[in-house]
Design a protein around this ligand. Structure first.
Ligand SMILES: [Zn+2]
Length: 562
């Protein structure tokens, strides 16, 4: 069990055993100042911590069966239920309220582990569903704070049905485009983990919180093996792509505030700066393509995260493919770009530090990276907010794990998903645009290339090795591949060029970021007023015409005919 109050005003930390003065414990939101252990909260305490003061409006109760089977073990279930009510002062294991977090309206449902282990019975299912319906009616996000041992045995198979019932309520919010966020607290298991806790658009977990379907004791008994240290903890789940982020309790309100504020903008918007995107490559004529290749790969060139830091307000990075892992070579999240809410996704090479570049796999994604990108694109589609992608990769991943993880299918899925996406997509080749790894983020309404970016079916070295049988022929291959921005524009593969500072983006990150912002804003402002049918029809027509015998340069010409 969690910490208990020592005589007078002292609380003993369940993590390290330290005694913490009660007032300090409360100020620290029941997080141990010595070891960081997150103590369990009651549902009323959690609501107090999360909601803006004075904004909580109680939701419920709702009619539900309380002892549908007349269940008796060593004691009648009805007695246990009465006891739980008396001990907690709560009618059930979940408490629901409407209110605001950092000024953003939402509905919150908070589970209380003290009440029969936070188990999911008929009344809990009814309350979660009621909270979801309230969220739907009011068109405000739903926040779920989970703490549960699983389904409530004493309500038999009807408790199992609550998983389906609450999953349906989540589906209704998906269909209506209403954001859902779950906050996983310790412990979240069984039927709750396998329904609403993991069906939310964004899953946050408190440090150390454990989540899984089967608990560790059951697994160890079944397999006879010992589980690794940290199994099923929030940090383990993050590394395995199951949660979007691990957020210390003190950070939950600001993170929620950022997420809950995501709202679709609709047009018309002021036209962007018409000069922000170059539609002629006069300045680039005669430039050596090999120079572009070298500049595109420059280790000090601004990375996706450099641009994010400079351009995106309230960026909230979201992690994981919800299947297996979190790919470090692709960064994805939500935020506001020049005031416009966006989902931003980009390859991240890691900057000048070699260790960091290795950790990021030099911007070469694993299949989980494309799947993370796809998940975030589906979120953008659900919320009706545009997608901005920043492309900077040598290419797809040549490693064996990428193949066993289904790299080809992961790339293909993204191409199809982007063809269907009902929201604007603006892609910018900020550095290297290498092969399928680049295209997996580039099936966009507007494709731009930075003045020293490239876009190619294969690296010049790879092409030289295969066709010239001589890797030294890479500069010749670069020229033949026509991967340079001027050529890309004349081929119609890009719609325009984002100017760079005179000596190149690596010489002046701030100026490069300003230029990128102006170009992306101009493209977004043009596209945001378009309805989904127009976006998709235009996007499909764009990619359909490549290679058909209608002349090249058509895509670039379309800019003058909005
Ligand atoms: Zn402690």
């Amino acid at each position: 069990m969690a910490e208990r109050t020592e005589p007078a005003d002292w609380v003993r930390c369940a993590g390290c055993g330290a005694l913490v003065y009660g007032k300090r414990w409360t100020r620290a939101l029941h997080v141990c100042p010595d070891c960081g252990h997150h103590g369990r909260l009651t549902a009323p305490e959690r609501l107090d911590q999360l909601l803006d003061p004075g904004t909580a409006e109680s939701i419920g109760p709702v009619p539900a069966l309380h002892d549908p089977l007349g269940f008796v073990d060593s004691r009648p279930y009805a007695e246990r239920l009465e006891r739980a009510r008396a001990d907690t002062g709560l009618p059930e294991a979940v408490l629901c309220a409407a209110g605001t977090v950092e000024g953003q309206p939402c509905v919150v449902a908070v589970m209380d582990f003290r009440f029969l282990g936070g188990s999911l019975g008929c009344a809990v299912g009814a309350l979660i569903t009621h909270a979801a319906r309230t969220s739907l009616e009011r068109r405000v996000p739903l926040v779920l704070v989970t703490a549960s041992g699983g389904a409530r045995m004493q309500e038999g198979v009807l408790s199992l049905m609550q998983m389906a019932k609450t999953a349906q309520a989540m589906a209704e919010l998906d269909e209506a485009g209403v954001l859902t966020v779950s906050i996983v607290t310790d412990p979240t298991y069984g039927g709750v983990a396998a329904s609403f806790a993991t069906l939310a658009d964004v899953i946050l977990a408190e440090p150390g919180a454990r989540m899984g379907f089967a608990g560790p004791r059951v697994i160890e008994q079944t397999t006879g093996g010992k589980l690794p240290e940290g199994f099923q903890t929030a940090e383990f789940l993050l590394a395995h792509g199951m949660v979007d982020d691990v957020v210390p309790r003190v950070g939950l309100r600001p993170v929620l505030g950022r997420l809950l504020g995501l709202r679709a903008v609709t047009g018309p918007l002021p036209p962007g700066d018409g000069a922000a995107i170059l539609r002629a490559a006069d300045d680039l004529v005669g430039r050596d393509p090999w120079r572009s290749v070298r500049l595109a790969r420059h280790p000090e060139r601004p990375t996706t995260l450099d641009y994010v830091r400079r351009l995106v307000d309230d960026f909230q990075e979201l992690h994981g493919d919800r299947l297996a892992e979190d790919c470090p070579a692709i960064v994805a999240g939500t935020g506001r770009l020049a005031g416009t809410p966006v989902v931003l996704i980009g390859h991240h090479k890691g900057g000048p530090d070699l260790g960091e570049r290795r950790r990021r796999n030099f911007g070469m994604a694993q299949p989980s990276g494309y799947r993370k990108a796809a998940r975030l694109m589906r979120l953008a589609a659900k919320l009706g907010i545009p997608v901005v992608t920043l492309i900077d990769t040598p290419g797809a991943n040549p490693g064996p794990e990428a193949e066993t993880g289904g790299q080809a299918a992961a790339i293909a899925e993204n191409l199809r998903l982007m063809a269907r996406l009902p929201v604007p997509i603006v892609a910018v080749l900020i550095g290297e645009g290498g092969s399928g790894g680049a295209l997996a983020l580039a099936v966009a309404d507007r494709v731009l290339v930075c003045a020293n970016g490239t876009y190619s079916v294969i690296s010049p070295e790879g092409c030289a090795a295969i066709l010239w049988k001589d890797p030294q022929a890479a500069p010749a291959a670069a020229a033949s591949l026509r991967l340079h921005p001027g050529d890309l524009l004349s081929l119609g593969v890009v719609d325009g060029i984002v100017p760079e500072p005179p000596a190149g983006a690596h010489q002046d990150h701030a100026a490069a970021a300003d230029l990128l912002e102006a170009a992306v804003t101009a493209a977004l402002h043009e596209l945001i007023p378009w309805d989904p049918d127009r976006l998709r029809a235009d996007r499909r027509a764009r990619f359909h015409r490549y290679g058909t015998d209608t002349g090249t340069g058509a895509a670039a010409a379309d800019w003058s005919q909005p």
